[in-house]
Design a binder for this molecule. Structure first.
Ligand code: HEM
Length: 437
């Protein structure tokens, strides 16, 4: 294409976008009086590093500006980055900071084009999601489906025993199966009973709500479980196998747990053996495993959470946060701060065991936005770990089969990532163990 034809075309596209987002540009210009240092970024695109190297971009800019707050732009949208004690309190507790409107930007969905049309906080979806999730996650329901979840975990481990497998990949379908089972849809296409079960669940969830909302609730549940749970379990296996102290403490706790709750050996499989244990014991009697989960999330859930101010402009420590601003807060601000967690890069579940971590551990959210899947995630992760530690010996090896002596460093710079750095692999070598009666 000739320059004479491409130039007007590009100009036309730019003018179109400028006109559509004029209000946001205006906000960007007027926000210069807000007492917040500005990072100009690229003339058109702004600071796209927020999407390509998020953690480094935030950390470097806070340091360079020697400030706990700065403003930058991505395309037409203003983002205010915050750190520090007051910032985390504001972030997780202020009513007008919308979780849902914030993540529209994060997940590449188009934010509302005109700020004046932003939803107000009273219209947000999460209370409805919480209500729907609590409808299906009643204790009696979990008790009923729990043995099947144990079966799924044992089946996965058995299938992969005596060979090396990549935990990060292998656990994905296993967790999806378990969650589909929780949602009542595992064999939906094959079995009429399952269809009935699913119909009942949808019926319970709906309570006059639209089908789109019900489906989005089920999808969110499945998606959140799929994204967070398999890498968290994989990292736990890596950390335990490379820490003799915590491996021993976790094993000792599991042995005590079995001794107190599995007096009778039922059947021959690990899952049948574990199915004797009441659900409440899984939730209350495994404090070391709880601390192992929290510590793993602290080290591996690297990223920055995001909100959007859907309320009025407000003052935060002398700076003005405007209506329509996005806000972002890096979890590393607390999670990797030596003042909060001594030797912050080392795996030490003692950081959580018997310690009040309120206002410093945000690994499962908090304030107005606690993770609604936390209970489900803990049950699933502990069910998997106890199955593993009860029935199997395992070592973590690299791709050449050599045992990993130290844990690799989690990959930085993306949201909700708990993956390995490129080029690093962690395979699991499994061998059966005899169940102690
Ligand atoms: C290891 C597993 C998980 C981890 C580490 C985790 C972590 C988190 C974190 C950090 C937040 C707060 C985000 C923020 O404030 O911006 C959050 C919120 C949330 N999580 Fe999870 N999550 C996990 C599993 C799940 C599961 C299985 C579900 C499925 C039900 C789920 C559903 C949600 C929902 C709906 C919210 C938003 C709550 C709200 O709107 O206020 N999560 N989670």
């Amino acid at each position: 294409m000739e320059f004479s034809t491409t130039f007007p075309l590009i100009l036309g596209v730019l003018l179109f976008f400028f006109a559509r987002n004029f209000q946001n540009w205006n906000l960007w210009r007027s926000s210069r009086a807000d007492n917040i240092p500005h990072v100009p970024g690229h003339l058109l695109f702004g600071s796209t590093e927020y999407f390509t190297r998020r953690d480094d971009f935030l950390e470097e800019t806070f340091e360079r500006l020697d400030s706990s707050i700065f403003r930058f732009r991505v395309l037409f949208y203003n983002i205010v980055a915050l750190r520090g004690n007051a910032a985390s309190t504001l972030f997780f507790n202020k009513k007008s900071l919308s979780f849902e409107a914030g993540y529209r930007l994060m997940h590449g969905m188009a934010p509302e084009p005109h700020d004046v049309k932003l939803k107000t906080y009273s219209e947000l979806a999460s209370p409805t999601f919480a209500k729907r999730v609590s409808t299906i996650l009643k204790t009696e329901y979990y008790e009923r489906i729990f043995p099947k979840i144990l079966d799924i975990f044992e089946e996965t481990l058995k299938r992969n025993a005596s060979q090396s497998f990549n935990a990060f990949d292998t656990l994905k379908p296993c967790i999806v199966r378990a969650v589909l089972h929780i949602l009542g849809s595992e064999t939906i296409s094959e079995s009429p009973e399952s269809v009935e079960k699913m119909t009942n669940i949808i019926g319970k969830l709906s309570e006059g709500d639209s089908m789109t909302n019900i489906i989005s609730c089920l999808t969110l549940f499945l998606f959140a479980s799929f994204v967070e749970t398999p890498p968290t379990i994989s990292w736990i296996m890596i950390y335990l196998s490379t820490s003799s102290e915590w491996n021993e403490r976790a094993n000792r706790e599991v042995q005590g747990f079995l001794a107190s709750h599995c007096s009778i050996r039922q059947g021959s499989s690990v899952s049948q053996y574990l199915a004797q244990i009441p659900l409440h014991a899984w939730e209350t009697d495994l404090p070391v495993l709880d601390a192992v989960i929290d510590e793993t999330v602290r080290l591996t859930l690297i990223g920055a959470v995001i909100r959007r101010n859907v309320g009025e402009d407000f003052n935060f420590e002398g700076s003005t946060i405007r209506h329509g601003d996005f806000l972002t807060y890096p979890l590393a601000d607390k999670h990797l701060d030596p003042a909060q967690f001594p030797s912050p890069h080392s795996f030490n579940p003692g950081h959580h065991l018997g310690v009040d971590t309120a206002n410093k551990f945000w690994g499962f959210g908090g304030g107005r936005h606690p993770c609604l899947g936390k209970r489900s995630a803990y049950i699933i992760i502990k069910a998997f770990l106890v199955t593993l530690l009860t029935g199997y010996d395992y070592t973590i090896v690299d791709r050449h089969g050599h045992p990993l002596l130290a844990p690799p460093t989690p990959k930085k710079n993306s949201f909700h990532t708990c993956e390995l750095e490129a080029g690093v692999t962690a395979h699991v070598d499994l061998a059966f163990k005899v169940i102690q009666e």
